[in-house]
Design a protein around this ligand. Sequence first.
Ligand code: ACO
Length: 428
Amino acid sequence: MPDTLTVTDNRTGRTYEVPIEHGAIPATALRQIKTGDDDFGLMSYDPAFMNTAACKSRVTYIDGDRGVLLYRGYPIEELAERSTFLEVAYLLIHSELPDAAQQREWEYDIRIHTMVHENVKRFMSGFHHDAHPMAMLLSTVGALATFYPQATNIKDAEQRRISIWRLVAKMPTLAAMCYRHSMGFPYVLPDNDLTYVGNFLSMMFKMVEPRFHPAPEIEHALDVLFILHADHEQNCSANAMRAVGSSQPDPYSTTAAAIAALYGPLHGGANEAVLRMLERIGSKDRIPPFIEGVKQGRERLMGFGHRVYKNYDPRAKVIKRMADQVFSVTGTTPLLDIALELEKIALEDEYFVARKLYPNVDFYSGLIYQALKIPTDMFPVLFAIPRTAGWLSQWEEMLLDQEQKIARPRQLYLGAPRRGYVPVERRG
Ligand code: ACO
């Protein structure tokens, strides 16, 4: 049987043969389907990319129906159990797990790039005390482009490599600076004897003690959370990274665009929105009216539902285990009881069951961050740190893909037909 699709255009009675490759038809093959010579040709209409593959990728695989998530072929559960975030970042970017020498080199390359230029402090000091940390992060990541003008040379593999080191290395430093600025605390220099996550915790929480020693359970839990958030194939921010990167600006500007996409409450802002929702519910007895509001469309149950996982989110299972580990050190929070009850009710309720709405990774990540005493508006920033590794692997894959061009979707124009200008005195 040929791998083709036969299409009959009932407007003309003509039949066309369209190739099928990897379970998809090339959308441009539809252009041959015309009603006449002045017809542009058939397009597919797909707002929000519900059924459109915009790239071929070898980074991350998701089977939403079976709850499978693989990075470069490795199951997320195994990586969360046995790997470290920095190793996973290497895997995403270089396609393979590092051997011992590559791992040493990679860790060294990241470690020596953790500091930021002193001038970054000056940008920071210009932000209001109550500026959202995510807005500060996206501005300062964009500003890195001003320090590294060579980074615009994105066709040079060496420049790309250095930019990747810098971005992976500096993201925790900038994130911690955003936090310290909000709190009015002095900035803490990186401690390169600590692990990637240990150093981040030190830059966040070190006060007057000569050396910060992160609790091993917390360091491990945060490392696992970073692994779970490192990539998620063609989501809104990865798509922003690819779309903006396709016009070939430097990777700092491109990453700033991805951070902007992640900022929204339907994406990386979801864990922040979960906590605000739990705070608003306030007590277990107010859950039933809240659920009623969700069903009537007045509310949305944040941390539930996913565009691709229609069974369960494999990351949510791992994160629930991590939550127990963190709470064993920090003690539980009153919001946890509300979250557990809300989850129980929603998982049994016909509205959520029928729509295949399950907790996603963000339902619990916010509770963990809260237990670590991280302010709510820092949550999306904590998401951006590990996701940078995924964005960069998607970005480089896009740049090296010969089939890619500047991203430029089509539209179906439904506006006014051509008409003449009317002077203001003759309108209305
Ligand atoms: N609460 C209540 N109802 C919901 C929810 C929710 N969280 N999510 C989806 N639905 C309903 C929709 O209203 C719709 O109902 P209908 O068929 O009666 O109209 C149905 O379920 C299908 O939902 P869609 O909006 O078509 O699903 P979509 O795939 O477009 O949305 C999304 C996915 C944006 C994640 C959505 O589920 C949502 O808003 N969830 C809450 C926000 C959230 O947790 N985002 C984090 C995603 S994970 C991440 O970014 C890491």
